[in-house]
Each structure stands twice: as structure tokens, then as C-alpha cells.
Ligand binder design. Structure first.
Ligand code: GLN
Length: 316
């Protein structure tokens, strides 16, 4: 292993050790019954760099439910289909509210703040589904993710999707509200069925880090979207990817990131790397608690940040 990779591997091993020893691990999402039983003691991290094998540490063989991280891939597909016309249906501003909040949607007449809160993601999915059927839209999503990751084994966990279909009352409320403002073009059940399946995509940390390489750009990275689009998706991840915790994540980590209630986080170091971390316990924003702490440590130890390196010498 080259020296730089070996040094990075040591950092990942240390971060994993600290995470494993952590007592306060956050709270596993239990509003989706199938996720409630996931063991909170698990932790994994992976760093993928264009043209190099990913570096991994922790429970790297365990696939997890990527949940809202899938919104990044669906957004790329929707922008590919509609281009800037997508912005007539969904905004580009942080919401400052939780991922499933309804408050602003009523005030702002069915125009969701951004594509990463649930309401906005449901619109994005609806846009990809328009003129198609759920199986095709999900097929396109899986093709995109598999091409980005270079891995044909990535799949959807049907049990997780069905579990959310049975209990996703807030998402049904959001979808019907969007429909009342004519911001859904398909029947709410069809769009939601597609959305719940997209959230149920399962990956290991290494698969997710590889899948994020399309947002890294530069030589050797998979070219699935233009440089201009990479820049904009990264901007949205920075400002909206962690919901009402986005400011805190930017402050602590300084990298574009997208979280999911399965406990996964995907973060991009533009031009350098794609990082995936997973730990199922969530903080009060609904983002992985240990995952956020691990990203903060990694950014600090490597100097990776779009705002300049963290020059603090301590771990605090
Ligand atoms: N499927 C979840 C939901 O719609 C995704 C939320 C998330 O990961 N933050 O509630």
C-alpha cells in the first residue's frame, strides 16, 4: 500500500476505534419498523478516491439502508431529465426544519424548499417517474447507482420498502398536500411507492463511497453528470443535506454531505474523495451521531474541507 494510503488507513482505524468505544451512540430510527431492530453498536467508514481501491474500516461488510442519501442520486436523474425546469417545482434554500416537516409546505403553497427534505424529494421522484412507471424509474435509479459505484450487486430491500409503505403516514400527508397544489404529476401512491423503494436501496460503506465518486469530479472519476451539475449538487448537499443540522455539519465538517435515517452519511471532498460512514444511532436532527463525529475527525485529521484545513491540534 502506498505511504499516503497507509497513513489514511491508520486514521480510519483510529476513528473506528474511537467510535466503537463511544457510549452515547444516539437513537436508532424506529418510525420505520424494519429499521428499529438494527444493532446500534455497528460502525463503518470508507474512503474512495478516483482510480484507487477504497480504504475501509469497521463493519464494512454489513449493508445498510441508505434512505435519504438516495435523494442525491434521484436529484441527479431528475436534473438529467428536466434540467433547470426542475426548479419551477422545488427550491434551493435550506428549510431550517426537520426532514419531514409540513410547516413551510403550507405557507409556501406546495413548493418545497429543497430536493433533500422529504417534500422536495417526493417532487424530484415524481419528476423522474413522469411519463414512466415505477419499475422503470427504479431501474434507472439502480442503473445510475450501479454505474457510479461500478457494482452490479447493489439492490433494493423490499422488506424495508414495504415497512415504510405500511407506516409512512407523514409522507402520504406530504404527497397528498403536494398533489392538492398540482405539484405531483402522478398519483400520490405511485410516486410514494417509488420514493419508498428508492429509500430502501441497500449498500455497504465501500459501495456507497464508490457510488459518490461521480460527485468528486476530476481525472479518473466516473463522468455521469457535467462538472457544472456536480458543483450545484455539492452546493445543495452543503446547504440542505443535513436538514436543520446542515449549518452545524458545515461548521464541524466543512464538506458537502447527505445523511439518511438509516445512519449513513455520504460526504464529498471535491476533486479528491468520496467518503461514506455508517452508524445507526441518530442525533436530534435525525443524522448519524457517530457518523457526524467521525466525519468531523476525518476532516480535521486530513485537512479536507472546502473552507480550509482545521488547524486545531486537539481532538476537541
Ligand atoms: N424514507 C425516509 C422517510 O421518508 C427517509 C428520511 C431520511 O432518511 N431522513 O421518512
Amino acid at each position: 500500500m502506498p505511504r499516503a494510503a497507509a497513513a489514511l488507513q491508520t486514521v480510519l482505524d483510529e476513528i473506528t476505534e474511537i467510535a466503537r468505544a463511544s457510549e452515547n451512540r444516539g437513537k436508532v430510527a424506529d418510525y420505520i419498523p424494519e429499521l428499529a431492530g438494527v444493532n446500534p453498536d455497528q460502525f463503518a467508514i470508507a474512503v474512495a478516491r478516483p482510480g484507487q481501491p477504497p480504504l475501509v474500516a469497521g463493519d464494512v461488510d454489513v449493508p445498510f439502508s441508505i434512505q435519504s442519501v438516495s435523494k442525491v442520486f434521484m436529484l441527479a436523474l431528475a436534473l438529467g431529465k428536466l434540467g433547470d425546469r426542475l426548479w419551477s417545482r422545488v427550491g434551493r434554500e435550506p428549510s431550517g426544519l426537520s426532514f419531514d416537516s409540513m410547516l413551510l409546505l403550507e405557507l409556501e403553497k406546495g413548493y418545497p424548499r429543497n430536493p433533500f427534505i422529504n417534500a422536495g424529494a417526493i417532487v424530484t421522484t415524481d419528476a423522474v417517474l413522469q411519463g414512466s412507471i415505477p419499475r422503470e424509474a427504479l431501474g434507472a435509479l439502480l442503473r445510475f447507482i450501479r454505474a457510479a459505484a461500478g457494482d452490479e450487486a447493489i439492490h433494493i430491500n423490499e422488506r424495508v420498502a414495504q415497512s415504510e409503505i405500511a407506516t409512512g403516514h407523514r409522507n402520504f400527508a406530504l404527497a397528498h398536500y403536494l398533489s392538492s397544489h398540482e405539484n405531483l404529476k402522478n398519483a400520490p401512491d405511485l410516486t410514494l411507492g417509488t420514493y419508498f423503494h428508492q429509500c430502501a436501496v441497500e449498500m455497504t460503506c465501500a459501495q456507497l463511497a464508490n457510488a459518490g465518486l461521480f460527485l468528486v469530479g476530476g481525472a479518473g472519476a466516473p463522468r455521469l453528470v457535467s462538472e457544472a451539475r456536480i458543483r450545484r449538487i455539492n452546493a445543495l448537499m452543503m446547504t440542505c443535506g443535513h436538514y436543520d443540522g446542515s449549518g452545524d455539519y458545515a461548521f464541524r465538517v466543512g464538506l458537502p454531505g447527505k445523511s439518511g435515517v438509516g445512519g449513513g452519511i455520504l460526504s464529498i471532498v471535491p476533486g479528491i474523495a468520496s467518503i461514506a460512514v455508517w452508524s445507526p444511532g441518530l442525533n436530534h436532527y435525525g443524522n448519524s451521531k457517530l457518523g457526524t463525529e467521525a466525519m468531523e475527525r476525518l476532516a480535521s485529521r486530513t485537512g479536507w474541507s472546502v473552507f480550509g484545513p482545521d488547524t486545531r491540534q486537539t481532538d476537541g
